[in-house]
Design a binder for this molecule. Sequence first.
Ligand code: SAH
Length: 237
Amino acid sequence: MKHINSFLLLIFLIQNLFGQVENWERKASIMVDSQIMARGVSDNHVLNIMRQTPRHEFIPVEQQPNAYMDYPLPIGYEQTISQPYIVGLMTSLLQLKGHEKVLEIGTGSGYQAAVLAPLSNEVFTIEIVKELAERSAKKLKDLGYNNIHVKWGDGYQGWPDEAPFDAVIVTAAPPEVPPKLFEQLKVGGRLVIPVGSIWQELWVITKLEGETMDKESVIPVRFVPMVHPEKPIPDQD
Ligand code: SAH
């Protein structure tokens, strides 16, 4: 028994050392079927991409054994990677066809950006915590994603030099829809965003002709707040 325990401990340590999760494709597939499809997300492109995306790669080593579980996980700097179902739901609500230029606010671990990348043409993602922006940019590059641009900055400003966007996804909750994000959306484009402070709701907002919006509430959600920078962030464009 003692030997078995030491053996298991050794396996665990080796796995952690190399950041590996055994059979991750199988785990990702079970995650998609039991957590995402089972709750009604039916967009096959999104489901297939989530089966093929190594979620554990975006998670600190000590949390990797939980990478495919049905809950959000800490990623450091008091931030979290969203629950897989929420990633699947929000991605499917964007209704991507493959040609889009997408803006994400709140890069965090980089996982949501990795899910968006094969479903669109280009992903621009902004993160306010410098260390997270740097870490996820490196991770995405190491994993071979070459259509994702990560910027350290304030998401409330959007990315004016790259606007307009076909789709915008916000993964931190502002108290109200940030006007610049709506401005930087194309007519016909969709903005998927959690809005509120204590009570938050996930909204899908479509930009109509004449700068009007169509707003649809999806479900109540719980995201970290979308914050303002403590000090101005230098523009790196
Ligand atoms: N999409 C992420 C999870 C996001 S958690 C993933 O796949 O892992 C929300 C992230 O939003 C955090 O990393 C937080 O630092 C960031 N954030 C909060 N306010 C922001 C702002 N004003 N601009 C950009 N990022 C912000």
